[in-house]
Write a protein that binds this ligand. Structure first.
Ligand code: ADP
Ligand code: MG
Length: 682
């Protein structure tokens, strides 16, 4: 029988992959032959045999010698055993020990030459064996694969070898020949072969180089293709009422900064045109993004559309809703709040959903509750997300799919260096608010030792005397919300003891119901509470202008981005504000973070420092900035490759011939295929 093979074949075509293994592989995100070939080893074991003199203690190495004693098996405990034999390496005799692999004994014959991979113990002159290397295979490197309880990595490796053998002829090049030549890259087939089965370090490195380029290049081609498409494809045209918009802006309690005006214009231009807006609004904490969002939402409403604002926390949703109700007072705008708190009141929720669907509601503000399946709009025109970096790449697509391609505006205060922004948000246009409203003073930041806590408290007291308010953020215990709470309660008790009855102290934490949270926040805003003790729930967005002190306990536990966000809760008005960092950092990195905070208020600078301090390959750091994850490439360490790939991708995409449906180029087919299956957004 003649069967047409394809790289999209299910892995079940491989010998030995039954239903059970299939599930195990699927869990590792391996569904097709292509997935399997793309499941690169995450590191290599070095099997090149070494001289004893060059091996250091506890190093994993391959040693080759002659078996110098009969293997001895000793059994101990239940089901445990140890296999021992001596190995003669030039003039030295060492002991080799394998645990619970007694079956290896039959491969160990006195006088026979043998290579063993294991961990070297210099003091005992012994090697704890990991595996016996086949004499025939003289590969110097062995790939180590992601595996699981259900499927061992040696099995994954075997399947990769099988798949490569059977399917290698089908591997076509995606990078255009011209570029492969220009940057001296391997063919795709050679790259895949040498990433999985390299003969030596050098070839493995070269293969990785090609792989990194390919990964960045394909990503960029997809992103830029999307971006180009959203510009040409028919979106909706939001013909806002300019008169209404002007008088709304004129009625604000302040005048917009030049930067705010510029971004408002950029957004309005997009709204008015017949393509999808897909725009990122970057601006440091306190730069005034909220009002820009309000203007965009209102613009859509004046054109007869509905508008949505999605935020990451309930507190923030409530705050925005309250603020917007004020802003839109006297205007014909019907605004509602939809959070998980609304969701718990079934009847109210049903009513609300009905009104969204029949178009009676103009603006909805909410949390993740907005992207539930049963939320539908009559005529959604624009979707805005605040604190965008808190949402995953896929979530930002979901809201978009809610309506007939609404315009999308994403706001973030976590600025990332320009080069990286192009990667993280490659499919978007970027607007930047690069100045703070007039009259803002630099927040004075002090780093104090824990032993200076009393001084910090008396500093707060002085500010309270001048009718200002303060935040105290209790230590963050990443592993446990319960511990967070316990800490916050302790700090609360202590603060009360110090300040009450003269001043009021409040407590805010994540375990409170949203009603409780709202009440506390409202009391703080109305100045019924002078000092608010809180866990990090107040981290994003919260806006109380009369607060002038932010004290952060155990500040060394927070990352730079988070510290900057927390500090941004003060300095939001014209009063001089202060940030007190209480910290006894235990390492250099912690000290460096405190110093950066003291030195600068500039979010872009802080982001850059953060990147430098974290160093290369910190996936956590990239994740927080909303960066996509790459298998091989590291956007920081491989930045130059990223930039080249970006430039070349633009060349390819901007060629009109590329987007011709008759285009037979495998690269074009690949882009179409992966965008249609949504792969790029996982
Ligand atoms: P962020 O960009 O961090 O979301 P907000 O939108 O919360 O900042 O704005 C911070 C504070 O600055 C708010 O109290 C807001 O009312 C105020 N604000 C915004 N724009 C201006 C402006 N042009 N002039 C004066 N104050 C402003
Ligand atoms: Mg904000």
């Amino acid at each position: 029988m003649f069967v047409l093979k394809s790289l999209n074949d299910s892995i079940s075509v491989l010998p030995g992959v039954g239903p059970k293994k299939m599930v195990a592989l699927n869990k590792l995100n391996i569904n097709t032959i292509a997935d399997l070939l793309g499941a690169y080893p995450f590191r290599y074991e070095d099997f090149a045999t070494r001289k004893l003199s060059e091996v250091s203690d506890q190093q994993k190495v391959a040693l080759k010698g002659t078996v110098a004693s009969e293997p001895v098996i000793s059994r101990f405990g239940r089901k445990k055993n140890r296999l021992n034999f001596r190995l003669l390496i030039e003039h030295d005799v060492i002991m080799v020990t394998f645990f619970n692999q007694a079956y290896l004994a039959k491969q160990v014959e006195t006088g026979k030459s043998l290579a063993v991979y294991g961990k070297w113990d210099a003091k005992r002159q012994s090697l704890t064996g990991i595996k016996i290397l086949a004499a025939a295979a003289d590969d110097e490197l062995g790939g180590v694969y992601r595996s699981s309880k259900e499927i061992k990595q040696s099995q994954v490796k075997k399947l990769v070898a099988e798949a490569f053998k059977e399917y290698q002829e089908l591997i076509v090049d995606l990078i255009p020949e011209k570029l492969r030549h220009k940057y001296r890259l391997m063919s795709r087939k050679e790259m895949i072969r040498n990433i999985h089965f390299p003969d030596n370090q050098k070839i493995a490195k070269l293969a990785r180089r090609t792989g990194v380029f390919e990964e960045f290049f394909l990503f960029q081609v997809k992103m830029q293709y999307l971006k180009r498409h959203s510009r040409i494809k028919n979106g909706i045209q939001i013909k806002y009422d300019l008169q209404k918009l002007r008088s709304f802006i004129a009625g604000l309690p302040f005048t917009l900064t030049p930067a705010q005006k510029r971004v408002v214009n950029e957004i309005c231009y997009d709204l008015h045109h017949k393509y999808h807006m897909n725009r990122l609004l970057q601006g440091d904490v306190g730069s005034g993004k909220t009002i820009v969002a309000a203007i965009a939402l209102y613009a859509a409403v004046t054109a007869g559309f509905q508008a949505a604002l999605m935020v990451p926390t309930e507190i923030l949703a409530q705050q925005h809703a309250e603020k917007f109700v004020q802003l839109f007072k006297g205007l014909d705008v019907n605004l509602v709040l939809l959070t998980s708190a609304t969701a718990s009141k079934a009847k109210q929720r049903r009513e609300l959903l009905k009104n969204l669907e029949n178009g009676q509601i103009d603006i909805v503000i909410g949390t993740h509750a907005l992207i539930q399946d049963d939320v539908n709009f009559a005529k959604i025109g624009i979707v805005v997300t605040d604190e965008q970096h808190r949402f995953g790449v896929s979530q930002r697509q979901v809201l978009r799919q809610k309506g007939k391609s609404p315009d999308v505006l994403m706001m973030t205060a976590t600025p990332i260096p320009r080069t990286l922004a192009l990667t993280a948000y490659g499919e978007m246009e970027v607007s930047t608010i690069d100045e703070l409203p007039k009259g803002r003073k630099i927040i004075k930041t002090f780093w104090l030792k824990n032993s200076q806590l009393a001084q910090a408290y008396s500093f707060i007291q002085k500010q309270l005397k001048e009718h200002a308010q303060a935040y105290i953020v209790s230590p963050l215990i990443a592993e446990s919300e319960m511990m967070d709470l316990k800490n916050a309660e302790e700090v609360y008790a202590k603060t009360k003891k110090l300040f009450e009855p003269q001043y009021h102290v409040g407590l805010l934490h994540g375990k409170m119901s949203s009603d409780e949270k709202r009440q506390i926040m409202a009391a703080f805003k109305d100045h019924q509470i002078d000092v608010l003790v809180s866990t990090t729930v107040i981290e994003v967005g919260v806006d109380v202008t009369n607060a002038t002190v932010m004290m952060i306990l155990d500040a060394e536990r927070f990352g730079l981005a988070q510290l900057h966000q927390l500090r941004g809760r003060v300095g939001r008005g014209e009063r001089q504000s202060y940030c007190l960092l209480l910290a006894d950092p235990k390492n250099e990195y912690g000290v460096a973070r405190m110093k950066v905070m003291v030195q600068t208020n500039d979010g872009f600078m802080i982001a850059q420092k953060d990147l430098e301090l974290r160093g290369q390959g910190d996936i956590l750091g990239s994740k927080q900035a909303g960066m996509p994850e790459f298998k091989l490439g590291d956007p920081v360490a491989d930045l130059n490759v990223l930039q080249v790939a970006q430039k070349e991708a633009a060349q390819v995409v901007n060629n009109p011939a590329f987007d011709d449906s008759q285009n037979k180029d495998p690269l074009f087919k690949y882009v179409k295929h992966s965008l249609s299956t949504g792969m790029s957004f996982d």
